[in-house]
Design a protein around this ligand. Structure first.
Ligand code: KIV
Length: 266
């Protein structure tokens, strides 16, 4: 019987100064392998809008689509904590709609949700989710759902003053009940300052080595998505090349009559 990673486990990691790993997954098999590999937190990121659905930004994905991917990933995972990224406009209109949409992901097998940004309203969403038994991961620094407001993919928290502002916001998220916070595209020294002054875990997405955890988009890690790779992502394989090689070989085998062989027929 595997011991499931829970909010309690993540809090323990912080207390013990122990790092943990997170990656995105969007389908059953990938989630199963990441879980088997020991990844602690599996995020159904709204990045799936771009890497799995081919949309231009993350803002085009909806609750119904996130629900399908959540169901698939949750089925593949036994140990890791499964977190669903709540998509653009799924938690912004009013509190009842936010709770309903977040709760839907839990019903489908997620163990928590991630929501972006900071405002009095967001704090209220986090409080109400937490009170309802929905663990929440916050997301500060560069928040992709605010792409149009931020004016592009820009590094956040560059000055001491800006880092202090992110820390202030993170402390409020913590107070509202968030059990961790993603820091995206924040300079390493600012992220260090924030991490050292928070009681909840920071999860770096391009925020350097001093955070409590690291998260990357798995399609970047495996070299599968090639439209754009951020500077902070490390590519461990070249799945694009592998897929191309396999598909070309299959195409040749079919066209030259090499597939199927005697062993591959009834
Ligand atoms: O959508 C996503 O994949 C994310 C990241 C933090 C990796 O939000």
């Amino acid at each position: 019987m595997v011991k499931k990673v829970t909010v309690k486990t993540i809090r323990k990691y912080k207390e013990n100064n122990e790092k943990f790993s997170a990656l995105t997954a969007y389908d059953y098999s990938t989630a199963k392998y990441l879980d088997e590999a020991g990844i602690d937190l599996i995020l159904i990121g709204d990045s799936l809008a771009m890497v799995a659905l081919g949309y231009e930004t993350t803002n085009s994905v909806g609750v119904e689509e996130m629900a399908i991917f959540t169901k698939a990933v949750a089925k593949g995972v036994s140990r890791a904590m499964v977190i669903t990224d709540m998509p653009f406009m799924s938690y912004h209109t009013d509190i009842p709609a936010a709770i309903k949409n977040c709760g839907e992901m839990i019903k489908l097998g997620a163990n928590g949700v991630k929501i972006e940004g900071y405002s009095d309203y967001i704090l209220e969403v986090i409080t109400r989710c937490t009170e309802s038994g929905i663990p929440v991961v916050g997301h500060l620094g560069f928040t992709p759902q605010f792409l149009n407001t931020l004016g592009g993919y820009r590094i956040q928290g560059k000055t001491q003053e800006a880092a202090e502002e992110i820390l202030k916001q993170a402390k409020q998220l913590e107070k509202a009940g968030a059990f961790a916070v993603v820091l995206e595209m924040v300079p390493q020294e600012s992220a260090k300052f924030i991490t050292e002054n928070l009681n909840i875990s920071t999860i770096s997405c391009g925020a350097g080595k001093y955070c409590d955890a690291q998260v990357l988009v798995s399609d970047d890690v495996f070299g599968k998505y090639s439209d754009f790779t951020p500077k902070f992502a490390r590519k461990y394989a070249d799945m694009k090349e592998l897929i191309l090689t396999c598909a070309k070989q299959y195409d040749t085998d079919v066209k030259t009559g090499k597939f199927p062989s005697e062993n591959e027929i009834f």
